[in-house]
Design a protein. Structure first.
Length: 105
């Protein structure tokens, strides 16, 4: 496993990367950094953790848009398959991670 030093939103990270996958990881890092920078530059969100959550959601949405058939069940079917209690617990975990910055929902 190779170690790569990358920068995301000005923060340096050491990431493990399988041999031969460096270009793919570098592309992924660039996409995450670009998305997080765009959110930060909009000026509405300041906390790095909240920016990361929003960027992850945006990137996941873009990925789902590109390959809806490969994503498996439709969003409405997937949501129906997850009990409401689990969804509520997930939102509480995200809110706890965001801390004082605010709540996701």
């Amino acid at each position: 496993m190779k170690q790569l030093e990358v920068s995301i939103l000005g923060q340096i990270y050491m990431l493990g990367c399988p041999e031969g996958s460096e270009a793919m990881l570098t592309t992924a890092v660039a996409a995450v950094d670009k998305e997080m920078s765009t959110i930060r530059q909009a000026g509405k969100v300041k906390a790095r953790e909240r920016i990361a959550v929003l960027a992850a959601l945006n990137l996941a949405y873009q990925l789902a848009e590109r390959a809806p058939a490969a994503a498996g069940p439709t969003a409405s079917n997937a949501a129906a398959a997850v009990p409401q209690a689990e969804l509520d617990a997930l939102v509480r975990r995200i809110d706890a991670a965001l801390g004082e910055d605010g709540q996701l929902l």
